[in-house]
Design a protein around this ligand. Structure first.
Ligand code: I3S
Length: 131
């Protein structure tokens, strides 16, 4: 199955539970505060939702009915890499740096799951124009 190209950009790319923490805002370092959140990757935007109650698959296609997003991360111009060891003692940690100078750590205990997120987010970034 391959959807029409115009629609591809709008459709849900990935959703699931992730551990995440914001580590910088507009270039200023923040104290880490890890939490689990339902995370949706769609149309070049990564959204972390506030609670995990809405993770039933029936809600996945309708993010508007979920609780309000806690963080909406614009992926255009962002950079994703595996976090250096000194950023966290956790394993399988991704570091996402936005164009606006915000930084997030994203983590999952499963290497398989975090690798799928790494690929999905990297693919999304690469499809967006740089400027
Ligand atoms: O880089 P740090 O300061 O070792 O990060 C840890 C802290 O954020 C810690 O919270 P407190 O600042 O309240 O102690 C968290 O509980 C830890 O999870 C953080 O370390 P990891 O290595 O898990 O990212």
């Amino acid at each position: 199955f391959s959807p029409p190209k115009e629609e591809q950009f709008e459709t849900l790319e990935k959703a699931g539970m992730l551990h995440r923490t914001k580590t910088a805002e507009k270039g200023k370092r923040l104290r880490k505060n890890w939490s689990s959140s339902w995370t949706v990757l769609q149309g070049g935007v990564l959204t972390f939702f506030k609670d995990s109650k809405h993770s039933a698959s029936g809600s996945v296609k309708h993010p508007s009915v979920l609780s309000s997003p806690e963080h909406t991360v614009e992926l255009r111009g962002a950079m994703l890499s595996w976090a250096p060891k000194d950023k966290s003692s956790k394993k399988h940690v991704l570091e996402l740096k936005t164009r606006e100078g915000s930084e997030y750590l994203i983590q999952h205990d499963s290497e398989t799951i975090i690798s799928m997120w790494q690929k999905a987010i990297a693919d999304s970034i690469s499809r967006l124009p740089m400027d």
